[in-house]
Every structure is written in structure tokens, then in C-alpha cells.
Design a protein. Structure first.
Length: 480
């Protein structure tokens, strides 16, 4: 067993959630601890032994946590000075220009601009947290023990710089209170193999840091209802940074363009998991990459404009599957989309700390019993007025096809319950091979147990049709 003990020296933890800058993060995520260790490696100019120790640590299964309760403090917004503007190191031969002088004097106290910031924090009932790697091999722990101890002792804060900590290697940690699991009420960022190099390369490029991999955690002793999973897994989100606005009913044009771009960027032989076709050219019978639109919906002022899109990976795709690397290489090169008369989109991957509400993944990946469509579902065949052939039966079969149980209740109609979503008739009619134009309809499906998304149903699911979002009161795990 290997464990790191983190003591919050001020009795409180100051750190923001990645997607809500005014809410405190608690418990601390293992991914945050790993990033702090990497920062210490670089700032303290430690050696190759410490770097190898981090390579070892990122290969370990996600740690368990022993963590106490915390009380959120009131968030008070303050105005803080912005970073100093850059200025030349030497006086130019012709002197400073008027623009340079104007920029330079902005660092004076009475001229500095300020921006509103919030520093959310929690008060801790017990200021000590343990990160426990119970499955680590003793011989490997002994090999890296001294390097990990040096790294830990050099870390001074975790989260905001005011969140002072003492970190040390712990030989006898207390029993865990949070353990990684397939289903849990907590979702934490965890380090995985390749994270150290990713952080180093991201820093060198000056790019925003990606959140990394998320893992569900469950509290010890709390019985959880087993959720149902779909065949769809991780969502990799891109935002539009330039180009024309597109309404949600134009999403098939966008998703088809993204798929063609990924196939071109994946090289001369894109795999079945990207192309959606078997080597003989027939449609793939295995789950493959899906493209979904992300639009401004489910809000009082929602207008249905597409803000970006997500590439959805099959859930069965392992973290170290070679195919994942081919997909990642294509995504790294994805910078623009040529959409004919609609124009050109400039896109970038969403990896920053603050993500717009429309591009957040939780409404599409969280747990809920009630789900409703954002894009209408394309029924797999023409419904008939016969038992097992009507619209509800087609929807139920579509749920089973992606790994879900049959819904206990299904509502079908032309209108989505989400504000900003166009009626189903506004979306173009699509064909499925030799099938005639497929019937399109919005649906609401209720299940007998929590379902974990992404939920994408029907004939056009790999191009973002039949995309569902959680529905319900927040206390039920949905979005109203």
C-alpha cells in the first residue's frame, strides 16, 4: 500500500470546480494532486528520479480517499488587478511609442484595471485527507519511495495559492471513505497513463490544460442503485471560435462534415471505429464514433444555436486501445470545417477551466431516470398500427440496442420539452440506405432505474440525431 497524506494548514480548502468558478471543489480530486506534484517537479527543478516516480504513479489504478466533511463558505466576489502588460526589456533606439507608453503606465496603482474574481472555499471538519493506492506493488513502492517523498515534501499548496498544505508519504492511512467504482455519486478527475507528458506538452504550447479522465466514486457503506450504461462513453468537446452561426436543425450538415474531416485527418486507412464501415464497405455492426451537436438549449433565453459539437467514443474503447491513439491524432489536427455554402467553421477543443453551459457534458452523461431528445429521433423503420410495430415499440427497441432497459414510459410528439429546441418537422428528412425517408419525432423516455448517458437513439444516432438530455428536477439528477 502507498498513500499520501495532505494536511490543510489553515483548516480550509480553496479551489474552484472546473465548470463552476463560484463553487468550491470538495473532495480534492486525485487529478489536482497529480498536477500539483508535476508543478513541483518543474518549479523545484527536481531530477529524473522524481519524474520516473510520477510515471509510475500515473500508471496506478485511481486511488481511494479518506476524507471528512466540509462546509461551504459564502462566496464574496472581489476585484483583483489583472496581470502586468509586457514591455520591451530595452529602450528602443527611437524611444518608446505612444502606444507602448500608454500600455506601460497601466501598471501604476491608480491606473491598473481590475477584474471580478471569486475564491470559493470550504471549512474542514477534519483538515487531513489521505489518497490511498491500495493495489500498488510493494517492490515498486520501495523503488520510488524516496523520490515520491521528496516530491510530496516540496508541495506547498493544493488548489489556490492560499490553500496551504503539508504533504507526506503515509505508512498507515485510515480506512477509505471514497472508493473508485463503476457507479457513484461523486465524479473525480484522476491521473492516467500519459498525463505527465500531456501536462508538459500543454505547458510548452501555452494552451489550456485539459481536465483529464473522470472516474466515479462511491462512499463506503452507502448502497447505490446500479445504473444502466449505454454503448457510448467519453465525450470530447469542440467549440466554434469562428464562422457562421448554425441553428440546431442544421446539425446533420455539421456532424456529417465533422465525420468526413476526421476520416481525412486519420490517414489513408481510417479504422472502422472512425469510418463506421467494415473493411468490406458494409455498415459497421459494432459501436463506433458518434458526432453530436451541442446547442444553447434548456435555458430561459435559449435560442437553439449550435455552440459546438462533441466526438463521442464507444464505452468499450479501452484507455490504452491503439484505436484511441488514431482518434486522438485526428482530433489534434482538427482546426476547421468546410461546410459548403454554410461557410467555414474555426474550431478548438474545449480544455479550459471555465466551460460555457452549452458545452458542458454533465447534462448528457450524468445519471437520470428521465431523458428527452434535443434532436429528434429517426425511427428505424416506418411505424405500423400493429403490436410491436408502433412508434413506442420502435423507441423501446432502440433503447435496448444501445444497452439500456426498455423504458417504463414513453412520450412521443413533435415538440421537445427543452426550450430552444426546434420541432421535429424543422429537421431535414434523412434516408437510411435504401429505406425511404425516416420518420422523425421527439421523445421523452422514463426508465425504472438511473441511466448513464450519453443516450443517442435511432437510425441517425452516429450523426447526432436522437440525442437525449437529462430531464427532471435537479434533486433527481436531471435538468429542468
Amino acid at each position: 500500500m502507498f498513500a499520501l497524506e495532505v494536511e490543510y494548514l489553515t483548516g480550509r480548502a480553496v479551489a474552484s470546480r472546473r465548470h463552476d468558478r463560484e463553487a468550491a471543489e470538495w473532495p480534492p480530486h486525485p487529478g489536482r494532486l497529480f498536477s500539483a506534484l508535476v508543478a513541483t517537479l518543474k518549479e523545484c527543478e527536481l531530477g529524473e528520479a522524481e519524474r520516473e516516480a510520477l510515471f509510475w504513479l500515473e500508471r496506478q489504478p485511481p486511488p481511494s480517499l479518506s476524507v471528512g466533511e466540509a462546509t461551504a463558505r459564502d462566496v464574496v466576489r472581489v476585484f483583483v488587478p489583472v496581470n502586468d502588460t509586457s514591455a520591451p526589456d530595452k529602450v528602443p533606439p527611437k524611444g518608446f511609442s505612444a502606444t507602448q507608453i500608454s500600455e506601460g503606465i497601466k501598471v501604476l496603482p491608480d491606473r491598473r484595471s481590475r477584474q471580478q474574481r471569486a475564491f470559493p472555499s470550504v471549512t474542514l471538519a477534519h483538515p487531513v485527507v489521505h489518497f490511498i493506492w491500495a493495489a500498488s506493488v510493494p517492490e515498486e513502492v520501495n523503488q520510488h519511495y524516496q523520490a515520491l517523498d521528496r516530491l510530496a515534501r516540496h508541495v506547498t499548496y493544493l488548489g489556490h495559492s492560499s490553500s496551504l498544505v503539508r504533504i507526506s508519504v503515509c505508512h498507515e492511512p485510515p480506512p477509505p471513505t471514497l472508493v473508485p467504482t463503476e457507479a457513484g455519486e461523486e465524479v473525480l478527475r484522476v491521473p492516467t497513463q500519459g498525463r505527465l507528458v500531456e501536462l508538459e506538452e500543454t505547458y510548452q504550447r501555452g494552451a489550456p490544460i485539459s481536465p483529464g479522465i473522470f472516474r466515479a466514486y462511491a462512499r463506503i457503506g452507502k448502497r447505490l442503485e446500479d445504473p444502466a450504461d449505454t454503448v457510448f462513453g467519453d465525450m470530447i468537446v469542440f467549440r466554434r471560435v469562428g464562422g457562421p452561426r448554425l441553428p440546431l436543425h442544421a446539425s446533420p450538415n455539421l456532424t456529417s462534415t465533422v465525420r468526413r474531416a476526421l476520416m481525412a485527418l486519420a490517414g489513408p486507412h481510417p479504422g472502422e471505429i472512425i469510418s463506421g464501415h467494415a473493411p468490406d464497405g458494409s455498415p459497421s455492426q459494432q459501436p463506433h464514433v458518434a458526432i453530436i451537436p451541442l446547442a444553447y438549449v434548456a435555458h430561459t433565453y435559449a435560442d437553439g444555436n449550435i455552440m459546438g459539437f462533441a466526438v463521442v467514443l464507444p464505452r468499450r474503447l479501452g484507455r490504452f486501445d491503439p484505436t484511441r491513439r488514431q482518434i486522438a491524432q485526428a482530433l489534434v489536427r482538427l482546426e476547421s470545417l468546410e461546410m459548403g455554402r454554410a461557410g467555414v467553421w474555426k474550431v478548438e477543443r474545449v480544455t479550459g477551466e471555465s466551460v460555457p453551459r452549452s458545452l458542458q457534458v454533465d447534462p448528457y452523461t450524468g445519471l437520470a431516470r428521465l431523458w428527452a431528445t434535443v434532436t429528434p429521433m429517426l425511427l428505424d423503420y416506418i411505424p405500423k398500427d400493429k403490436p410491436g410495430k408502433d412508434q413506442k415499440a420502435i423507441v423501446a427497441t432502440a433503447c435496448e440496442r444501445i444497452g439500456l432497459p426498455r423504458p417504463v414510459e414513453i412520450e412521443i410528439g413533435p415538440v421537445s420539452p427543452f426550450r430552444g429546441v426546434p420541432p421535429s418537422g424543422h429537421f431535414a428528412r434523412l434516408r437510411n440506405g435504401k429505406q425511404p425517408h425516416l420518420h422523425r419525432t421527439h421523445i421523452v423516455a422514463e426508465f425504472d432505474r438511473p441511466v448513464r448517458g450519453p443516450v443517442i437513439l435511432g437510425a441517425g444516432r452516429y450523426l447526432g440525431m436522437g440525442l437525449c438530455r437529462r430531464l427532471g428536477r435537479p434533486s433527481e439528477g436531471g435538468d429542468s
